[in-house]
Design a protein. Structure first.
Length: 88
């Protein structure tokens, strides 16, 4: 089975696909403690590629929006992969 991932393809790989291909994926969900902040919650995804290069992406949820874990994962993962493509 071929575990290579094309992060520049049109279809963004999932967290599961990246992990199966040897990437280290850390997902952090949190809530901002400052009541005056514009955002209520966040999702941060940190990636380490099989060759040891790091990148990350963050998705913030406005206080006006309903927080959605899956959507936060998708947005943060897309940003992390974009960061990986531009930095590495």
């Amino acid at each position: 089975m071929n575990n290579t991932i094309d992060i520049n393809s049109r279809n963004t790989p999932t967290i599961h696909q990246l992990r199966r291909a040897g990437w280290k994926v850390r997902v952090i969900h949190g809530k901002y403690e400052n009541d005056e902040a514009l955002f209520d919650r966040y999702t941060r995804i940190e990636l380490t590629s099989p060759d040891g290069k790091d990148s990350f992406g963050v998705a913030n949820c406005s206080k006006k929006d309903q927080w959605n874990r899956k959507l936060g994962n998708r947005i943060a993962l897309g940003r992390a992969l974009k960061d990986y493509s531009t930095v590495n």
